[in-house]
Design a protein around this ligand. Structure first.
Ligand code: NAI
Ligand code: MG
Length: 352
């Protein structure tokens, strides 16, 4: 039997409701595939911030480091500004643990209904590879003449050769393992003339190392339109931190629901634990009602199993999700049903 220590960060809002369902399904997978988990839960959240003045303790990263992986719900809640919760927890974890890849599958599951007319599971199946450590999300910048008519605000984007090349190379390596061997780059080099022309230049350079892989690139504006009009064009889309973030909410929306989308924050060198979390946030508008869709969290658990070296268990979790969607009418309200978070989670665990 293999055994893992998992740090659990339920966070805020619906994070606290969907994480237990993720654990329920992972425990079921563990029973079937002989994998044991030790769950260590950390109450780091906006509530914690209000009490302690910090999102996580000063030695938070050291505490997390001892684990094999991190299983996160979502952070953010009204009363604490979103940039405080994000920069106080999620971004430090992603950066200090060198989780420089954010992998976000966009796949229309069997049994889901797409808001796009006439589209089915065969049309929507691709990966978004988002740069996760630098780019547009930087602390560099500031304000001068605050509060006056002369106010000036500057926000810098950081692209490093190392950071850009490693995400592009990761994308090409991953595309090489997929049938269609095709990488699409998200750019905006017409408007953003320094960083995005650099991105294009490095994309072309790295592409030359992978002559078997077909490439194309689109400016982000038309790319969002193509996601809606031609989702079947894509197999793997690589983008900067901001573009990858935007595309990975749009992708799941066309695949049927934002609440189903999983993500993995990966440290490819495995020097640090990687972190698995749904794409969605803490959804304060529905928090506390027990009706959040747990599939994004459960599917993130499948990605964690895959990362830990159990692809067969990961596949079984994905199949269990599809079995429930195909063979039952259990749906949370965001998918047009009346099921609760617990009912859907329990049904998926049962199917497994
Ligand atoms: P959100 O993803 O929390 O919610 C957007 C909309 O989708 C809401 O109407 C919500 O009810 C719905 N939704 C999201 N997940 C759902 C689920 N599993 N089941 C059913 N419906 C679901 O994004 P929003 O509103 O922009 O952000 C809310 C808070 O979450 C903010 O504090 C934000 O900073 C934070 N956030 C945190 C993230 C993280 O921890 N990784 C990611 C995105 C946002
Ligand atoms: Mg996002």
């Amino acid at each position: 039997m293999t055994s893992y220590r998992i740090a659990v960060l339920p966070g805020d809002g619906i994070g606290k409701e969907v994480v237990p369902e993720g654990i329920r399904v992972l425990e079921a997978a563990g029973r079937r595939f002989d994998i044991k988990f030790r769950w260590d839960t950390f109450p780091w959240s906006c509530e914690n911030y209000k009490r302690a003045g910090r999102m996580m303790p000063e030695d938070g990263i050291d505490q997390l480091r001892k684990n094999d992986a991190i299983f996160l719900g979502a952070v953010g809640f009204p009363g604490v500004p979103d940039h405080v919760s994000l920069w106080g927890l999620l971004i430090p974890i992603r950066r200090q643990m060198q989780q420089y890849i954010n992998l976000r599958p966009v796949r229309m599951l069997k049994g889901m209904v797409s808001p796009l007319r006439g589209r089915g599971p065969a049309d929507i199946d691709f990966l978004v590879v988002r740069e996760n450590n630098e780019g547009e999300y930087s602390e560099i910048g500031g304000r001068i003449y605050s509060g006056t008519e002369a106010e000036i605000v500057v926000q810098e984007t950081i692209f490093t050769r190392k950071g850009v090349d490693r995400v592009l190379r990761y994308a090409f390596e991953l595309a090489g393992k997929r049938d269609s061997k095709h990488v699409t780059s998200a750019t905006k080099s017409n408007g953003i003339i320094h960083t995005m022309t650099y991105w294009d230049e490095r994309f072309a350079a790295i592409a030359r190392e992978y002559p078997d892989i077909r490439t194309d690139q689109y400016h982000i504006d038309i790319l969002t339109a193509h996601f809606v009009l031609h989702p079947d064009w894509f197999d793997l889309v690589v983008g900067s931190n901001l573009f990858g973030d935007i595309l990975s909410d749009l992708g799941p929306a066309i695949a049927g629901a934002i609440g189903i989308a999983p993500s993995a924050n990966i440290n490819p060198t495995r020097e640090y634990p990687s972190m698995f979390e749904p794409v969605h946030g803490s959804a304060p508008d529905i928090a506390g009602q027990g009706i959040a869709n747990p599939i994004g969290q459960i599917w993130s658990g499948a990605m964690m199993l895959d990362h830990l070296g159990h692809p067969e268990a990961a596949l079984a979790v994905e199949e269990a999700i599809e079995t429930v969607l195909e063979s039952t009418s259990l749906r949370t309200p965001d998918m047009g049903g009346t099921a609760t978070t617990v009912e859907l989670g329990a049904a998926i665990a049962e199917a497994l």
